[in-house]
Design a protein around this ligand. Structure first.
Ligand SMILES: *Cc1c(COP(=O)(O)O)cnc(C)c1O
Length: 415
């Protein structure tokens, strides 16, 4: 019989949690356990005041003057610096711009440009699909370029590396299983083959410690609306290693990336440094909501964040295995800490209906086709008692088979 912590032990874990104070800074619904911060982070309370200020005083009052007066024009760079600290990037290499999809396009093009004569892009077949779609788009614009996939064209990235590979696009944490790559080791292998790497940090930024500079990463991209709580549709970020900045070129040569945008010249000349990775005007209101979140992130110790994240996911696994054996669940996330991000994936034959039943009972996770129940653990606002509550509800739904009720089979457009 498996043993697992009781309510008192779990309350003690919450009492000793050094990140506990952050929870009060977020808007959480009473009676719910929100385990979907890996899809859309919850609202920081301070975002409302920040949005109100930006909309009323700056947009409403100061109008066009706010581009200078309120620092709107420099926000992408300023916020990029702050995200840089969270991903182990020294200042001047990270900027907030566009979407992750668009930034993948820019980074892959730039990387190929830095490896003349090489025309292969490698990626994982299990990547988040937009990564593959964007890589396909890049290939369609470069004569002779090909995309090869781990899991389709060969069993591993290592076996597909040859002297025609220009760039490897990797999801640092797999969006479905939560499997985590060893960034430094993979980067070294890719460099040894003469290629460059683009790390997709969508499930890393704000979820765990990472050190892009120390790992010698070349490029990285990621979104801010998941673990970073930047708000729905908040723009993404892109990192370009300092050593590549003088030579890296991106194809979306819009005016915000121009050396002198307000000279309104006829010809494009890219700005110095990371500013060149911008394209056009950014959504200022979204950036301001993100700023409110980054004000909190500035105070977070990333080592503490990782320790808590692993403790949350360990507890979830322990409770599921202690309470839900024989109920049709299988763990799809590695138990080994160095291989685990900040989410747990469980498989169940009727995962869609089980998740709908969980959501109705206030345990918010999500479903990924065909049979994955996904639970994201965001250490800034999820506690250990939340984990226990989520597993208790999951156990009850499976034992009573309430998920079989007809209403849980109805599918919405977004799962
Ligand atoms: C969420 C996610 C994206 C999303 O890209 P958008 O352009 O913001 O829609 C891309 N890649 C990965 C790995 C993701 O998890």
């Amino acid at each position: 019989m498996a043993t697992f912590p009781d309510a008192a032990a779990i309350a003690a874990m919450d009492a000793q949690d050094p990140l506990r104070r952050f929870r009060d800074h977020f808007v959480l619904n009473e009676g719910e356990v929100y385990l979907d911060g890996n899809s859309l982070g919850v609202a920081p309370r301070a975002a409302y005041a920040e949005l109100d200020l930006a909309a009323r005083q700056e947009w409403g009052g100061d109008q066009i003057r706010s581009w200078n007066k309120a620092g709107w024009f420099d926000l992408p760079l300023a916020l990029g610096h702050r995200i840089g600290r969270l991903i182990g990037a020294a200042p001047g290499q990270t900027i907030v711009a566009d979407t992750t999809s668009i930034n993948i396009y820019k980074a892959l093009h730039a990387a190929i440009g830095l490896r003349p004569g090489r025309t292969t892009i490698l990626a994982e077949a299990g990547s988040f699909p937009t990564d593959l779609y964007m890589a396909q788009g890049v290939v369609s614009t470069i004569p002779g370029a090909v995309l090869k996939l781990e899991g389709v064209d060969g069993p591993s990235i290592e076996q597909l590396l040859d002297d025609n590979v220009a760039v490897v696009l990797l999801n640092h944490v797999n969006y479905r299983t939560g499997l985590l790559h060893d960034m430094a080791a993979m980067t070294a292998k890719i460099h040894a083959a003469g290629a460059l790497v683009v790390w997709d940090l969508c499930h890393t930024a704000g979820a765990l410690e990472v050190t892009l500079d120390a790992a010698r990463a070349d490029f990285a991209v990621g979104c801010s609306y998941k673990y970073l709580n930047g708000g729905p549709g908040a723009p993404a970020f892109i990192y370009v290693a300092e050593r590549h900045l003088p030579h890296a070129r991106q194809p979306l040569s819009g005016w915000w990336g121009h050396a002198r945008p307000f000279a309104f010249e006829t010809g494009y000349e890219g700005a110095e440094g990371i500013r060149r990775f911008q394209c056009g005007t950014q959504p200022i209101l979204s950036l301001r909501a993100m700023k409110a979140s980054l004000d909190l992130w500035d105070e977070v110790d990333m080592a503490e964040l990782r320790t808590k994240s692993l403790a949350l996911t360990d507890l979830f696994i322990q409770l599921v295995e202690g309470r839900c054996t024989g109920l049709g669940l299988t763990l799809d996330t590695p138990r080994t800490h160095p291989l685990r991000g900040s989410q747990i994936a469980l498989r169940h034959e009727n995962a869609y209906a089980v998740m709908q039943a969980l959501i109705e009972r206030g345990v918010i996770g999500d479903f990924r086709a065909p049979d994955t129940l996904r639970f994201g653990f965001t250490p800034l606002y999820i506690g250990f008692a939340d984990v226990a509550r989520a597993v208790a509800v999951l156990e009850d739904i499976l034992r009573t088979e309430t998920w079989k009720e007809a209403r849980f089979a109805v599918r919405g457009a977004v799962t």
